[in-house]
Design a protein around this ligand. Structure first.
Ligand code: DX5
Ligand code: ZN
Length: 225
């Protein structure tokens, strides 16, 4: 199944609730929430209070991307705020296995594992059978609006190959620089969860969302995922 996860980082926070509803009306079922701590990544975005307040007014699937050092400190808090899946960075955790156990076991949420563009995809292999989603970053994490790193395409293919070879039910998410011009390419490479910030929230939100949903259904009909 192909899923679109619009990233609110590129949204106008003055009208956030309504803008998220626009994506929902146009068919989106997920929302991507980028939490940045100013340490693991240089920028600071938003945290618990925002997610908690969005949760009150939304039944969408909350895809929380933690760009936070020592993520185990925050698993319980983000679970309580309404996350449906919690994705943490392999590079940010001293004991990734323990973070996975905390997310699934203690918090009862789905588990995502993210890798930066410079981290070999094979480093995720020891955890692949314990996660629900592998996030292959297609830009350096930290800011929206960056350009897709071309070398990511081979990394998506590699990730998809590892999952297929092992017959695992693990989603492959891509995040960063995804646009109308490269959506087909990342779907062809094997991604099935597509994060898009600027490409959704800059301009006509409904029309942008519909465009991405349409590409997703074309690929689904063609038999990808
Ligand atoms: C970057 C974030 C992304 C960001 C993507 O560190 O993880 O989710 O919002 O934004 P665009 O789609 O504008 O590259
Ligand atoms: Zn993200």
């Amino acid at each position: 199944m192909i899923i679109l996860s619009p990233s609110i980082l590129a949204a106008d926070f003055n009208c956030l609730g309504n803008d998220i509803k626009e994506t929902e009306k146009a068919g989106a079922r997920w929302v991507h929430l980028d939490v940045m701590d100013g340490d693991f990544v240089p920028s600071i975005s938003f945290g618990m209070p925002l997610i908690k307040s969005l949760r009150k007014n939304s039944d969408l699937f909350f895809d929380v991307h933690l760009m936070v050092r020592d993520p185990e400190r925050y698993v319980r808090t983000f679970a309580d705020c309404g996350a449906d899946i919690i994705t943490f960075h392999l590079e940010a955790a001293s004991d990734p296995g323990a973070v996975i156990a905390a997310i699934r076991g203690e918090a009862g949420k789905k588990v995502g594992l993210a890798i930066k563009p410079s981290t070999p995809v094979a480093e995720a292999l020891p955890y692949l059978d314990r996660i629900d989603m592998l996030l292959v970053m297609t830009v350096e994490p930290g800011f929206g609006g960056q350009k897709y790193i071309e070398a990511s395409t081979a990394r998506i293919q590699e990730a998809r190959r590892y999952v297929s070879e092992r017959n695992l039910d693990v989603d492959i998410e891509v995040d960063g620089g995804i646009t109308k011009d490269n959506i087909d390419m990342v779907l062809d490479a094997g991604a099935n969860v597509i994060v898009a910030g600027s490409a959704i929230y800059h301009g006509d939100i409904g029309a942008n969302t519909r465009y991405f949903m349409e590409r997703a259904s074309v690929h689904e009909a063609a038999g990808n995922e």
